[in-house]
Design a protein around this ligand. Structure first.
Ligand SMILES: [Zn+2]
Ligand SMILES: [Zn+2]
Length: 166
């Protein structure tokens, strides 16, 4: 009888420890789930913060770009306005004098940009330094570099200077 009683007690004890174990494992599982959930929430938070910060950066970047583009187009318009104020003239070929003593050929003017000789009625741009070029040749250059292609003098800095056209 005593033996039976002891065995029964052992079985009960065993059952109790089993229950305890399963309870502990459940507790750990819950704790693990909680930790997992916490991690997921943390990752989601970090990700959303990153997305928000990135969007904000992009927005600021776009705004900066817009301001820059606006400033550039304003500058370009300003340059265009000031370039259009530069003098132009229509080229007329100088008359060749019938001078038999003159052996030197008449020197033809040519455009330093395209290296072609000026033809009658072509429109020339006269820069403040008095260098002349085809208007169509030099204007794209002046839009980028506001200097004379030959002598590198600024063409916009001396707008008040009188230009003598011969
Ligand atoms: Zn030219
Ligand atoms: Zn020049």
């Amino acid at each position: 009888n005593l033996g039976m009683c002891l065995i029964f007690t052992f079985i009960q004890l065993g059952a109790f420890t089993q229950q305890q174990k399963s309870l502990t494992s459940l507790f750990y599982r819950t704790k693990y789930l909680q930790q997992l959930w916490n991690t997921v929430v943390l990752v989601a938070l970090v990700l959303s913060t990153g997305v928000i910060v990135h969007a904000r950066w992009q927005y600021q970047d776009n705004q900066k770009k817009q301001v820059e583009t606006g400033r550039k187009s304003y500058l370009k318009q300003d340059i265009l306005k000031r370039l259009s104020a530069l003098k132009t003239r229509i080229y007329r070929q100088p008359k060749v004098r019938c001078d038999p003593t003159q052996t030197q050929p008449v020197e033809m003017d040519s455009c330093a940009v395209c290296l072609e000789q000026y033809n009658n009625n072509q429109c020339l741009r006269v820069l403040p330094c008095l260098h002349e070029f085809h208007r169509d040749c030099v204007d794209p250059w002046l839009l980028l570099q506001q200097t004379c292609p030959l002598c590198k003098r600024s063409v916009l800095g001396e707008k008040d200077r009188d230009i003598v056209i011969c």
